[in-house]
Design a protein around this ligand. Sequence first.
Ligand code: IPE
Ligand code: IPE
Ligand code: MG
Length: 258
Amino acid sequence: MIEVKIMFKGLWNNSEKIRVPSSINMNSIPKHIAIIMDGNGRWAAKRMLPRNMGHRAGVEALRDVIKTASNIGVKYLTLYAFSTENWKRPDSEVSMLMRLLIEYLRKEIDELHHNNVRIQAIGNIAGLPGEVITEVDRATTKTRFNNGLCVNIALNYGGRSEILNVIRKVGEKIKSNELQIDEIDETLVESLLYTANTPDPELLIRTSGEIRLSNFLLWQCAYSEFWFTDVYWPDFKGEHLLEAISDYQNRQRRFGGV
Ligand code: IPE
Ligand code: IPE
Ligand code: MG
């Protein structure tokens, strides 16, 4: 039998109680969790549904995960929603993903805002369709002063392209004599990443049984703990997030030491 603690922290908890297994230490909840939300297509295929239905179900799955993360006091949740490589998919699927994103932001922003969630986007946002940019801007502007959970949506995001951007910026600074070569250090690079001012993720989760990074947070994951599950993203619930956190809390992180 699982013992539970009842938490009353975020606003969401005023109406619904959250059950946290006693195996979880509330004093060492990771500050930053990154998730590669994978398996929408296979979730749909298993049900003989079109892939787009999987994406729709994937959007639904966000609610429970965001709510749980917010309620247990996670500070940053970075969600891989669209990679720089996902443009290779058929136009119809790409359009559907963009449409779902717009719909999601329009539909959920008020509730997220009400719950003190801050929305941010990371990736090459300028390279997205205009309507998506507008909706992302609206959501980030509206929630910019919230100090609860920060949800970073990775859109048109690629770890290599992020690092390339940093290299270009560093090059420009050197060219304009704003920077000397021996001043280039990790702190400088971090300040130029999309995730500037965000601590590295302690925990990275990937769903659907794939065991790879697919160009996600290449710099930031240098010392992250990885947790993989066979669960397809649309089936991923707050309880899986708690399972991952519990597992993370039993890891020994050494950072190269003894
Ligand atoms: C993840 O699900 C969503 C995105 C990459 C946008 P997939 O669409 O990759 O689902 P699978 O991997 O084909 O099952
Ligand atoms: C990674 O999933 C990207 C997102 C979840 C947005 P993919 O399904 O695109 O990754 P690969 O192609 O299996 O590596
Ligand atoms: Mg996939």
